[in-house]
Design a protein around this ligand. Structure first.
Ligand code: PLP
Length: 376
């Protein structure tokens, strides 16, 4: 039995006919840049998420950069980000001459909280980037309230949570990426909606902002060779758009399969001493980009190597919080430090989870974990 963190090969083989036909279609027309599939996919993504506009771009990092570029922030303006996240979230802030301000996260859901944001706000704070980490939504109702009270822009990093939905106390439900001013996502192959290379998109409700983002992603032009803004070159390839058009209709089924795996893990691993199963965030559905244990009483490194010996991969997302990274350690730090994120970096362990996992694999993985705990 070959166990992988994700199995992109089997996922492709299940859709081979459709994908190959879509790719041949692009190759035969040779419309590699801005072919019709790009605009069609953008429309379909907007319809799927409920966003008014979807603007495609080259990757999820560019999507974050474009979002910040569109807000006309000034050098030194502060943008609050969780310290427990992928580097891209903070990288683009620093790259644009803005100042990332790190906030600690909630120990149960691993995400930013309204209270954590409030603590990090200063007179220079202009925006906050909640990250919908591992596949569920941060507490957006409270986050949006804090942001509104302090007039902050909200950019939702939805790279890991496309398809997750959040229900507000008035009963309305919105998809991840459509609640703040801007949402960004990634189609990196291992993301929940992955293409076969790089890809990304922004979700926006405001017409003027959408137009500006399209221009920024295309050298600042609306009319060719007329550059009204200093932009970048960030495009989704037509081939990738064609692949994503085939895969988008399967996204909900993929999310269900990931949830099935997560439920199997929950049942087999709940109540074991020394490890904690991931907690569901309040008011959010979960699309399980990752299934992440917290090793609170057992040695994570010993569990990892025990699993490795049995042919079971596992990953640490993330081993080092951003405020401790060489490139980011010189930014202002919270006087109280980041105890939750530090502890998470020492204790989290993500197990294999993907759309092609079968019960036999899940049983093998959970049996190994139980063996480790009981012999320990
Ligand atoms: C993957 C990821 C990104 C970056 O996406 P790329 O397409 O790899 O540039 C940004 N933020 C988070 C939270 C991610 O997981």
């Amino acid at each position: 039995m070959k166990i992988q963190m994700v199995d992109l090969q089997r996922q492709y083989l299940a859709l081979k006919k459709e994908i190959d036909a879509a790719m041949s279609g692009v190759l035969e027309k040779a419309a590699f840049i801005n072919g019709p599939e790009v605009a069609l996919f953008a429309k379909e993504l907007a319809a799927y998420t409920g966003a008014k506009h979807a603007i495609t771009c080259a990757n999820g990092t560019d999507a974050l950069q474009l979002a910040l570029m569109a807000l006309d922030l000034k050098p030194g303006d502060e943008v609050i980000v969780p310290t427990f996240t992928y580097v891209a979230t903070a990288e683009v802030i620093a790259l644009l001459g803005l100042t990332p301000v790190f906030a600690d996260v909630d120990p149960a859901t691993f995400m930013l909280t309204a209270a954590g944001i409030e603590k990090a706000i200063s007179s220079r704070t202009k925006a906050v980037v909640p990250v919908h980490l591992f596949g569920q939504c941060a507490g957006m109702e409270q986050i949006l309230a804090v942001a509104q009270a302090h007039q902050l822009f909200v950019i939702e990093d939805t790279a890991q949570a496309l398809g997750a939905a959040y229900t507000f106390s008035d009963g309305t439900t919105k998809q991840a990426g459509t609640m703040g001013h801007l949402g960004t996502t990634s189609f990196f192959p291992s993301k929940n909606l992955g293409c076969y290379g790089d890809g990304g998109a922004l979700l926006v409700q405001d017409d003027a902002l959408a137009e500006k983002l399209s221009m920024l992603a295309n050298h600042g032009q609306k009319v060719k060779y007329h550059h009204d803004l200093v932009g970048i070159n960030s495009r989704l390839d037509t081939l990738q758009a064609a692949i994503l058009r085939v895969k988008l209709p399967y996204l909900d089924a993929y999310s269900s399969r990931r949830n099935r795996s997560a439920e199997f893990y929950d049942q087999a691993l709940s109540g074991l001493s020394g490890i904690k199963i991931p907690k569901r965030a309040e008011n959010s559905s979960h699309v399980f980009h990752q299934y992440t244990l917290t090793c609170a009483g057992v040695s994570r490194e010993r569990l990892r190597s025990y699993l490795q010996e049995k042919g079971i991969p596992s990953m640490v997302y993330y081993p080092v919080p951003l405020h401790r990274q060489k490139a980011y350690a010189h930014y202002k730090q919270a006087p109280e430090g980041y105890p939750v994120s530090e502890q998470l970096c020492a204790q989290v362990l993500s197990l294999p989870i993907h759309t092609e996992q079968d019960e036999e694999q899940l049983a093998y993985i959970t049996k190994a974990i139980r063996q480790f705990i009981f012999q320990d």
